[in-house]
Structure formats: structure tokens, C-alpha cells
Design a protein around this ligand. Structure first.
Ligand code: DAL
Ligand code: ZN
Length: 250
């Protein structure tokens, strides 16, 4: 027998220390074993399952409005949209730099691009488009809220277009021409957030000033059921006939 095994106190101490070590290792393993397991990417599956379902996971034919409406936080200096529902905007009467305080983004099913409107009109607007669908007319919103600045850019573009085809006209004459179909900044009902332009697949979502278009007839007959009025009827004193331009009147 060699010297170590013949020295009883030393090997007993060794065994005791070994056992203590083993206990320490096992205790450590028990409490920290999770951190030794190599995770694959699917370990996030639980997290995925607890995420609120997205629209595509819950949608049936038409997603519920509450799931898909995106609310735009109002800026502090915005006005109360509800106070301006029937504000008399015209070529004479401006709303200055009014901006609505309750803009939302319309669900994409109902619009041809990203379009903001007042939250006040969303229910009626969606009901109107759904009702048209039931009658075989596919409608979409092609324009909604336009800020003072956006209307200014739009109006100036129309003036530029007019200049290209009427080079002999004065600036005032060009503006007057553009102003037969486009409001000047501060004078557009679109700035309220409660006005939309609606068109149809029938005319490739263009704005066609044709009273015989099926969508125009449908809007003429049905818009008021959903609290919308066609602001610029045939022979109105302000602008060309705009069967697509609907203002919500509450
Ligand atoms: N097209 C209408 C008049 C607007 O620009 O508000
Ligand atoms: Zn319009």
C-alpha cells in the first residue's frame, strides 16, 4: 500500500472534500441548469403565442375596426374637430391653419393609399363603403384629410399645370382656372378631416365628373343615409361638379 492510502486522515479528508464539492456542483446545476441548455430560435414560441393577434390572424371577411384603426396623436395646438363639423368653408370663408385633433389612418381595405380622416366619420364611412359593396359597387377613399400645407402644394401644382397649357394667361388667370376645381389653402373642406373623395373600381379610382357613372349615381342616392353630403353638386356656384367629394355632417 502506498503512503497516501496508508495515511487514513488524509484520504478521509479527501473523500469529504470530494463529497462537498459534488454537492456544490449538483446544487449549482439544479439552480442554474436552464442557462446551460442551448436554445434554438423557436424558444421564443411562447412569446409569440402571447402577442395580441394581428389583423391577418383574426380577420374574417372585413377586419373589425377597433383592431386596425391607427390613431394619430394630436398636437397640442390642434382644434377640436367636432366644433367644425358644419363650419361654413367657401372661397370667401377660410379656416386658416385649422388642424383636426382626432385623425386616424383608414384601414387599407377602404382606401387606395394611406389616408387620414377624423375619427368622427370612420363608422359612417365604413358603413357606406360596405353598403355599396353589397349593391355591387366597389368604392375606396382616394383622398381624405389634407393639411393647409398639403393643400398649398396641391393648388400650386394645379397652377403650374395650367401654366404649361395656357402660357399666355396671367398668374391671376391661372389661379382662377385652378380654383374652379381646387380650393386654395385654408379653403378646402379636406382640411377639416371630415371630408373625403371616394371613387370606384369602375373608373379605376379616378375622379370622373360624370353624373352617369354608376358610382356617382349610387353616392347621389345613398350618401345622405350615412350623414354625408355631396358638397359640389352640378351647377353649384363654387366648383365643378364633384360627385366624389363627400363632407360628413354628423
Ligand atoms: N376639390 C375641392 C374643391 C377641394 O380642393 O377642396
Ligand atoms: Zn374633394
Amino acid at each position: 500500500m502506498n503512503k497516501v492510502f496508508s495515511n487514513k486522515p488524509i484520504w478521509i479528508a479527501g473523500i469529504v472534500m470530494g463529497l462537498i464539492g459534488l454537492i456544490l456542483v449538483l446544487t449549482y446545476w439544479f439552480y442554474f441548469r436552464d442557462s446551460f441548455i442551448v436554445k434554438n430560435s423557436d424558444d421564443n414560441i411562447d412569446a409569440k403565442l402571447t402577442i395580441t393577434p394581428t389583423v391577418s390572424e383574426t380577420a374574417t371577411s372585413i377586419p373589425s375596426i377597433t383592431q386596425i384603426i391607427v390613431t394619430i396623436p394630436p398636437k397640442a395646438d390642434m382644434y377640436n374637430t367636432a366644433d367644425f363639423i358644419n363650419f361654413p368653408i367657401s372661397k370667401q370663408q377660410s379656416i386658416g391653419e385649422f388642424a383636426p385633433n382626432d385623425l386616424i389612418i383608414l384601414p387599407s381595405l377602404y382606401s387606395t393609399k394611406t389616408i387620414r380622416v377624423s375619427n368622427l366619420i370612420k363608422d359612417d364611412l365604413i358603413k357606406l363603403i360596405d353598403a355599396a359593396k353589397t349593391d355591387g359597387i366597389t368604392l375606396k377613399v382616394v383622398s381624405g384629410y389634407r393639411s393647409f400645407g398639403e393643400q398649398k402644394v396641391l393648388f400650386n401644382n394645379y397652377v403650374s399645370n395650367e401654366r404649361k397649357s395656357n402660357s399666355s394667361l396671367s398668374e391671376a388667370e391661372l389661379e382662377a382656372k385652378a380654383n374652379t376645381y381646387s380650393a386654395k389653402p385654408g379653403h378646402s373642406e379636406h382640411q377639416l378631416g371630415t371630408t373625403v373623395d371616394i371613387s370606384s373600381s369602375e373608373v379605376n379610382y379616378q375622379l370622373i365628373s360624370d353624373e352617369n357613372a354608376k358610382y356617382a349615381k349610387w353616392l347621389e342616392e345613398n350618401a345622405s343615409k350615412y350623414n354625408f353630403t355631396i358638397s359640389f353638386e352640378k351647377n353649384n356656384p363654387e366648383y365643378i361638379y364633384e360627385p366624389w367629394h363627400l363632407r360628413w355632417r354628423g
